[in-house]
Design a protein. Structure first.
Length: 255
């Protein structure tokens, strides 16, 4: 099976790196240097500059462009695709349908973990290709089928934007260790190991149970946790998801 990527940005590259071992990959983009770089790094991938009359008949398209560029891109795509797998944030299936012809449509929200086969990808769309969509995106990590596009918009703030939010947490923990006297390299390694182990913990238990298992009365964790609550970290995270969701809805209205 061949997947044709339209777009060659960071997300497209992460997905390609995760899928190239399983699928034949074709990348269509606007920047020859970027395409050449992809080809150099991943020789198995086919690359080509997009034309003003790009035939997509029968192709399985992974749409990885910026949402605002879709109106300029769509008129260049001619023919009827077999399937469209869109990773465009805030862009509805109905909007894509009105601009690009295809037998079936899927909307997804992967994240940069795809490059390491660790993406948490949410998926929704046409039920007739649900299993195929899940099979594709399971190759780059875990998938979750959602019943509506509104749920995808909510999930964008967690699965899509989440790596940036967790990066802030990781950076802050490392800075805290440096502030207390630990060397920067050691702090970075400590935080990386923490996140690696936490992935297994959160996959097998609830956040509340993990917290209670670590926090002993009057101990170091309790003292640090109190500081986080005093700084409204919990509220900040809730607001981050809320604002990301609102932005996704705003983008949807524009697209």
């Amino acid at each position: 099976m061949m997947l044709t990527f339209i777009g060659n940005g960071n997300m497209a590259k992460a997905l390609i790196e995760g899928l190239v071992k399983t699928y034949d990959i074709e990348v269509i983009g606007r920047n020859q240097k970027t395409l050449d770089d992809i080809k150099k790094e991943l020789p198995k991938v086919q690359v080509k500059l997009i034309s003003d009359d790009e035939d997509i008949t029968g192709k399985n398209i992974v749409l990885c462009v910026k949402p605002y560029s879709l109106p300029d891109l769509a008129p260049k795509l001619n023919g009827k695709a077999n399937a469209i797998y869109s990773v465009l944030a805030g862009t509805t299936i109905s909007s894509i349908k009105s601009q690009i012809d295809s037998k079936s449509y899927i909307r997804t929200m992967p994240n940069l973990g795809a490059a390491y086969l660790k993406s948490m990808t949410t998926v929704t769309g046409d039920e007739d290709i649900k299993n195929t969509a899940l099979e594709i995106f399971n190759k780059i990590g875990s998938t979750l089928w959602l019943s509506s596009e509104n749920e995808i918009d909510i999930a964008t703030g967690v699965a899509g934007s989440g790596p940036a939010f967790l990066a802030l947490v990781a950076e802050s923990l490392a800075d805290g260790a440096v502030n207390a006297g630990l060397k920067r390299d050691d702090s970075q390694k400590l935080v990386a190991g923490l996140f690696d182990g936490f992935a297994s913990l959160i996959a097998n238990d609830t956040p509340a149970n993990i917290k209670d298992g670590v926090m002993s009365p009057g101990g170091t964790t309790a003292a640090g946790y109190a500081a986080l609550e005093k700084a409204n970290v919990r509220h900040g995270m809730i607001e981050a998801i809320k604002d990301a969701y609102e932005k996704a809805k705003e983008l949807k209205q524009k697209n």
